[in-house]
Design a protein around this ligand. Structure first.
Ligand SMILES: C[S@@+](CC[C@H](N)C(=O)[O-])C[C@H]1O[C@@H](n2cnc3c(N)ncnc32)[C@H](O)[C@@H]1O
Length: 449
């Protein structure tokens, strides 16, 4: 980018575009900032996820670069934003993530069972519960968060989940696990009530066990006596407010680059990829989720030398320094090239990074300028996305080594031989699925004070 272009964007971004709703904007106009932060299907709220992008960003690329029936893929699907938005817009979707939590959330959203099936599944699960007389055997890290009776129910549901290999779970199991993951921890209301199961703590990510223990001591926090089955039903009622029709999606738990390059996703079959790979050490997707990962059978993720932490750090691409990151991105670009149709498009979201004591790294531009020559892909468009700093979760908590900044970039890519140019169309923000969910879910919520 030339200096003059940099100057232009800086002055441009001082004031958000007038039709931006959230104060953010991009280098080509408000785009997804033209819809409010709450835009999107009710099921997107299943579980907060560090590093997630908004549903309206997924919608923008799905509407602009795909048609109903097309194949839309997210190889780093996180909380499942792309698979859910793609399927409710009538696209076939393939999601993938190597984190057990992300895999479960993505599976639940790619293929949600009907409301009736979910109520039956929770009923059967509850019927099988017998409260044990004795205390359950869990680590102090987990024990400190929950009331003893709540913990007994959680341990029962956890062993029901773990009785089968995760990749063979029925859709109902994924949905129960996803809904439960979303209420494992979070803040209490002023009146002391809560939709969450834990002591009052942030919902967005898990602070370290040591920090939580100190927090509990200093604030004399008391865990609420929550009935887990009732809280799961309430959570499901909120998730099922909108209609869930759409083609069944497929989810994998594989290394993203292998998924695209080694034929798991059929070469030349993908119409659109919308994805956000991990950026340089900005978020550790294991530690940020240690409590939810315990539910899914991965222990000691919150501890420095913990078994679960080592296992996940060994497979996830969230700990690279720049040279290893470049190799990882090279493999990703090659996988994208292999899997795209000749007319396909990939939107790859990458944030700028600031490492302590170092210069800001415009990561997307840098990676692209270094790797484009050896790639069979071309840049259709580079969209700079400026967010109000305070809206960026990884900034709010400041718990990261490399710091995310207030600027993300989207590389819009296509195969070099493709005749594709940037599309700048007016977007339809209508949500035909809104409030079309099961009446029972609405009634249940309306009965609540
Ligand atoms: C930036 S997040 C994606 C967030 C997602 N766009 C959302 O809205 O929730 C990156 C994801 O990459 C996953 N990941 C990291 N390394 C991976 C790998 N080698 N293969 C597959 N997934 C990986 C992490 O578990 C994390 O969920």
């Amino acid at each position: 980018m030339t200096n003059s272009a940099t100057d232009w964007t800086q002055s441009f971004f001082d004031v958000a575009e007038s039709d931006s709703i959230d104060g953010g904007t991009t280098s080509i106009g408000p785009l997804w900032h033209a819809a409010g932060a709450r835009w999107g299907h009710s099921m997107h709220t299943m579980c907060s996820y560090h590093g997630m992008f908004p549903a309206r960003l997924a919608h923008y690329f799905i509407q602009t670069y795909s048609n109903p029936g097309d194949v839309v893929v997210d190889p780093f699907s996180g909380r499942g934003t792309v698979p859910l938005q793609a399927r409710v817009e009538g696209r076939r979707t393939i999601a993938n993530d190597l984190s057990p939590l992300a895999y479960v959330l993505s599976s639940a959203k790619a293929n949600p069972p009907s409301w009736g099936k979910m109520m039956d599944a929770v009923g059967v699960l509850e019927k099988g519960y017998r409260a044990p007389q004795d205390d359950v055997d869990v680590s102090p890290d987990i024990r400190m968060l929950y009331h003893p009776d709540t913990l007994k129910q959680l341990v029962y549901i956890r062993s029901w989940l773990l009785s089968e290999e995760r990749t063979t779970w029925a859709p109902q199991k994924h949905m129960i696990a996803g809904a439960l993951a979303g209420i494992m921890h979070g803040g209490h209301r002023r009146d002391g009530s809560s939709q969450y199961l834990s002591i009052s703590m942030p919902n967005t990510f898990s602070m370290s066990p040591r920090y939580v223990a100190k927090f509990i001591r200093e604030k004399s926090l008391v865990p609420p006596d929550q009935d887990v089955f009732a809280r799961i039903r309430d959570k499901l009622a909120r998730l099922y407010l909108d209609a869930i029709e759409g083609p069944e999606g497929v989810t994998y738990s594989a290394d993203a680059t292998s998924l695209l390059a080694d034929g798991v996703v059929r070469p030349g079959s993908v119409d659109l990829i919308v994805t956000s790979p991990p950026y340089l050490r900005v978020v550790n997707y294991a530690t940020a989720n240690w409590i939810r990962l315990w539910l899914l059978g991965v222990d000691e993720v919150g501890r420095d030398q913990g078994a679960g932490r080592k296992q996940l750090d060994g497979v996830l691409d969230h700990g690279h320094g720049y040279p290893a990151y470049q190799t990882f991105m090279q493999r990703l670009l090659s996988g994208i090239e292999t899997s795209l149709k000749p007319t396909g498009v990939a939107a790859v979201v990458i944030g700028d990074v600031i490492e302590p004591g170092k210069e800001r790294v415009p990561l997307a531009e840098q990676v692209w300028s270094e790797l484009s020559a050896g790639s069979g892909l071309k840049l259709v468009q580079l969209i700079e996305d400026h967010l109000p700093v305070e809206k960026k979760v990884s900034r709010i908590w400041g718990d990261t080594k490399g710091q995310a900044t207030d600027k993300d970039c989207v590389l819009v890519l296509a195969r070099k031989d493709a005749e594709i140019s940037a599309i700048d169309s007016e977007l339809d923000w209508d949500e035909p699925y809104k409030d079309g969910g099961p009446d029972a879910a609405h009634e249940r919520l309306q009965r609540k004070p």
